[in-house]
Design a binder for this molecule. Structure first.
Ligand code: ADP
Ligand code: MN
Length: 563
């Protein structure tokens, strides 16, 4: 015990001015060396180790005076202020100011995420959003600056001071006193196995000065081992305490650094995970976009989330009174945010890749821009429908991947989907004929096939059916346009037939009724084959003539589609 290597007599190499707080705690004080050593951590012995108490020299009882002199007892604030004040003064000032601000506006920091994300809080104000965004920005800048300061301060020094505790977004801020932790209260008492009276006996043999230092080294080693307990719980430190392991300062500091960076890493990971699940499509950039819509007066408030799908998130908002291009903003708006996480959009390639309207642009675009294109496509398609008089949301504005349109519903309650509403047979029949009409209009007047038409994308509002979700809609001459139409017809036909509408056409009849084609195949397989043959014919025509015309149009000259 304590009789290992003779030690180098110094133990600690760092210059006093460069000691971190942990080093300070281990540094030998000369006053301690020169007079008979009082037992270390007397209060520990008194409170927790009866053996220690019995062995302790009586004159070395614990007391405030002793503790004041003891390096362990050095108040945390003192060491911080004298070693960091010069460098940190600006940061401290900022921090203090921020604290004041926080005290003055506690509700601003109390909200962890934008209320429009969860839809739980409907009292969103633009001030709140502004405050959150500024706070976020500020914290990030502050931490970045702090990191630079830390690097500059430490330079190449072997012993470094961590500014970790001053970070804004540090999850462990609340108990940031790792090095000052009152480990005497920890259950794992590193000194339990130690018999302090025995060690000094061995240690004291020989040269006077070295004895103490050697002892210090051992004690420091144990203390360092004990301190590992204060690393983040996720950080596995093993059973060093049970083994009476003695860690050198160098090893401990390296471990500490590692533990800290692990903490930070796991905090970052956690943060990321939370953001991706809680905020769905609303990344900070999107938030800024939404915020600008509110601050610009176009929207009054964003109240909550209506729907989160794989490819988009839809919010409800009250319209503001600022008019853009003399446009009147509807009293209630739906904001469709197309997701900027790209994975889900991969399987939509086939819709847009072959859409000649986007063909030239598609090849040149990065994925982010392609997502904007979905939003753009929805806007164009809605406008066409609007012009044809089909009940659908009216486009208010498109900004990047965010589409604002009129809200179908009332008082924040969106109109129910056709699949969710229980219609009486009369309304059901009415709805069917209306849908048939709309499909024909869509095809003939808008030159569009919905391509995702079903009871999920039809809303029942004001006693009629409204079509929504047309970002994937294509023109009939799209290489797969007729297949998409046939699928739409199948959905619609099945829904109304199951819903008891006796007059509802079957899918093939409906297809012919909508497209004006006259495919006579009796069964589905043949019907499908004829559709594909028509598509192929049209594609060949495009190849030969270089422009998109419909060869399968039945009435008169094939229309030339140019947009
Ligand atoms: P997705 O691609 O996620 O299906 P949708 O455009 O279908 O996107 O919107 C998802 C849901 O959001 C719809 O089912 C509907 O309930 C609601 N919604 C979308 N647009 C509006 C709107 N303009 N008014 C009211 N509710 C809407
Ligand atoms: Mn939908």
């Amino acid at each position: 015990m304590g009789s290992g290597s003779a030690g180098d007599g110094t133990g600690i190499e760092a210059e006093p001015g460069k000691l971190s707080r942990s080093e300070c705690c281990c540094s030998p004080e000369y006053s301690h060396r020169l007079r008979p050593r009082p037992p270390f951590f007397p209060s520990l012995r008194v409170q927790m180790d009866p053996v220690g108490v019995a062995a302790a020299p009586p004159e070395a009882g614990p007391g405030p005076a002793w503790q004041n002199k003891c390096p362990w007892g050095t108040p945390k604030t003192a060491s911080i202020s004298c070693s960091l004040a010069d460098v940190m003064s600006e940061q401290l000032a900022k921090e203090l100011q921020l604290e004041e601000e926080n005290a003055a506006f506690p509700e601003v920091v109390a909200v962890a995420e934008g209320p429009f994300i969860t839809g739980e809080n409907v009292d969103t104000s633009s001030d709140l959003m502004l405050a959150q965004m500024l706070q976020m920005e500020f914290d990030r800048e502050y931490d970045a600056q702090l990191r630079r300061e830390e690097k500059k301060f430490n330079g190449d020094s072997k012993v470094s001071i961590s500014f970790e505790n001053y970070r804004k977004v540090h999850p462990f801020d609340s108990d940031s006193s790792e090095d000052e932790v009152d480990w005497q209260d920890t259950r794992h008492d590193p000194y339990r196995a130690d018999k302090p009276t025995i060690t000094p006996k061995k240690g004291f043999i020989g040269k006077g000065k070295d004895i103490t230092t050697k002892h210090d080294e051992v004690v420091c080693g144990r203390k360092n081992t004990a301190r590992m307990e204060n690393f983040a719980p996720e950080f596995q430190v093993g059973d060093g305490i049970g083994m009476d392991l003695k860690l050198s300062n160098q090893v401990f500091n390296a471990l500490k650094q590692h533990a800290y960076s692990e903490e930070r890493r796991s905090a970052r990971l956690h943060e990321k995970k939370e953001h991706s699940t809680a905020e769905k499509a609303v990344d900070p950039k999107t938030r800024l976009l939404l915020y600008k819509m509110v601050s610009g007066g176009m929207l009054e408030t964003i109240t909550g989330c209506i729907s989160t799908g794989k490819e988009s998130v839809v919010f409800h908002a009250y319209g503001g009174n600022a008019t853009e291009d003399d446009k009147v903003i509807p009293p209630e708006c739906a904001i469709k945010v197309f997701k900027t996480t790209l994975n889900e959009f991969k399987n939509r390639d086939k819709y847009i890749k072959d859409d000649y309207r986007f063909k030239d642009r598609f090849s040149k675009l990065n994925p982010r821009k392609i997502i904007r294109m979905w939003a753009e496509k929805e806007m164009h398609n809605l406008t066409r429908m609007q012009n044809a008089g089909i009940p659908c949301p009216q486009v208010v504005i498109l900004k990047k991947h965010v589409l604002v349109m009129s809200f179908i519903g009332q008082d924040q309650v969106p109109a129910p989907k056709l699949k969710d509403v229980k219609l009486n047979s009369e309304d059901m029949k009415k709805a069917y004929y209306q849908v048939l009409d709309m499909m024909q209009q869509l095809y003939k007047e808008c030159n569009l096939v919905h391509a995702d038409l079903s009871e999920y994308n039809m809303l029942w509002h004001d006693g009629k059916v409204w079509l929504i979700d047309v970002s994937q809609s294509v023109e009939p001459t799209h290489p797969h346009g007729l297949e998409f139409l046939f699928r739409d017809c199948r959905n619609v036909s099945q829904f109304f037939q199951k819903g008891g509408v006796a007059e509802a056409l079957n899918e093939r009849e409906l297809f012919n009724a909508v497209s004006g084609l006259n495919i006579t195949a009796e069964n589905e397989v043949d019907f499908q084959a004829e559709i594909e043959a028509l598509e192929k014919m049209n594609e060949d025509h495009v190849q030969n003539h270089g422009k998109k015309v419909s060869t399968f149009s039945t009435d008169g000259d094939p229309p030339i589609y140019n947009e």
